[in-house]
Design a protein around this ligand. Structure first.
Ligand code: IPM
Ligand code: MG
Length: 365
């Protein structure tokens, strides 16, 4: 197939991890005979420096007409002055809103070979396989903001329609998994949460094969540490999802491992590792590219509908996590390029093996 993919390397380690992930996409294109055209655009602090804006119109337009968008990271100390007229993060928020990618999928699994790096004991980590579905274009992130000399407000607003569409996405995803949805809110205090709970409960009636459970967000923060193995799909509003997914990521051993996909109604999606720009290690060639490479697998699956290719990338990463080399954040000393090359080699092996077994079975038949 042919696809046009916009890349937004952004700030900090963003360019390094994005380059590694593009190498993987190029390898997929070669192995499976696809044509991927890449269009690199500016976002974040890099865009502010070059154009004065965190997301130039030309970059936004390129993203809107792409088949998929791959992003590295935005932000850094250089642009963190609270009085600055513009922040890199505004570019990312504008991109999410304009693309209409309201459902942010953040899968969490704990690779057995890395369980030792997790702050939790091994027995708690068995069967951890959670898919967070974070509402991404509503709530306090996008509500009206005001500030005076001695006060500030951020309005948290949700409409039923906004809750309904992300809830449906969660139930549909749960259907293809273990058929369990946990909806997280703060319905004992917040009006938006009561609307959230009512709406999710109403939508659940359309999915009788899926079990729905509600949890309050404070309690959920604790449950993620005491029994992370009991959750399947977790759906929640924007700010709660932001916080819970960072907490959950710690369970995997490193933030550097986890991917995300942000989806709307069409096929186009925004794919990014969940880690930030990591300015402390930027430019040194030591960042872990695996979160971005796994985001590429999600891109292949959700935007390009190339499931075999997605699984091949995931299998390659799995093998590298099992046998190394490993980057520093997961206890090794390999650099970004070495991990990338190991994934490329594992991918080539995977493709060769599957081709052999395919022709082998034909020969037998
Ligand atoms: C994330 C990040 C962003 C968010 C920031 C960079 C605006 O923390 O993707 O989780 O808060 O959504
Ligand atoms: Mg976050």
């Amino acid at each position: 197939m042919k696809a046009r993919i916009v890349t937004l390397p952004g700030d900090g380690v963003g360019p390094e991890v994005t380059a590694a992930a593009v190498a993987v996409l190029n390898a997929v294109a070669t192995h499976y005979e696809h044509t991927f055209a890449f269009d690199e655009q500016l976002i974040g602090g890099a865009a502010i420096d070059a154009t004065g804006e965190p997301l130039p119109t030309s970059a936004l337009q390129a993203c809107q007409s792409a088949d998929a968008v791959l992003l590295g990271a935005v932000g850094g100390p250089k642009w963190s002055d609270p009085n600055a007229p513009m922040r890199p993060e505004q570019g990312l928020l504008a991109l999410r809103a304009t693309l209409g990618v309201y459902a942010n999928l953040r899968p969490l699994t704990v690779h057995p070979a890395l369980a030792g790096l997790s702050p939790l004991k091994d027995d708690k980590l068995k069967n951890v396989d959670v898919l967070f579905v974070r509402e991404l274009t509503g709530g306090a992130y996008f509500g009206a903001k005001t500030k005076g000399a001695d006060y500030a407000t951020d309005e948290c607003r949700y409409t039923e329609a906004e809750i309904e569409r992300v809830a449906r996405r969660a139930f549909e995803l749960a259907r293809a998994r273990r058929k369990h949805v946990t909806s997280v809110d703060k319905a004992n205090v917040l009006e938006t949460s009561r609307l959230w709970r009512r709406t999710v409960t109403r939508i659940a009636a359309d999915y009788p094969d899926v079990t729905l459970e509600h949890q309050l967000v404070d309690s959920m923060a604790m449950l993620l540490l005491t029994r992370p193995g009991s959750y399947d799909v977790v759906v929640t509003e924007n700010l709660f999802g932001d916080i819970l997914t960072d907490e959950a990521a710690a369970l995997a051993g490193s933030l550097g491992l986890l991917p995300s996909a942000s989806l709307g109604e069409g096929r186009n999606g925004l794919y990014e590792p969940i880690h930030g720009s990591a300015p402390d290690i930027a430019g040194q060639g030591v960042a872990n590219p695996i979160g971005t490479i796994l985001s590429v697998a999600l891109l292949l699956r959700h935007s390009l509908r190339l499931e075999a290719e997605a699984q091949a990338v995931e299998a390659a990463v799995d093998r590298v996590l099992q046998h190394g080399p490993r980057s520093r954040d997961i206890g090794g000393d390999a650099g970004t390029a070495e991990v990338r090359d190991a994934v490329l080699a594992a991918l080539a092996d995977h493709v060769a093996t599957h081709r052999d077994s395919f022709s082998g079975s034909r020969a037998c038949g």
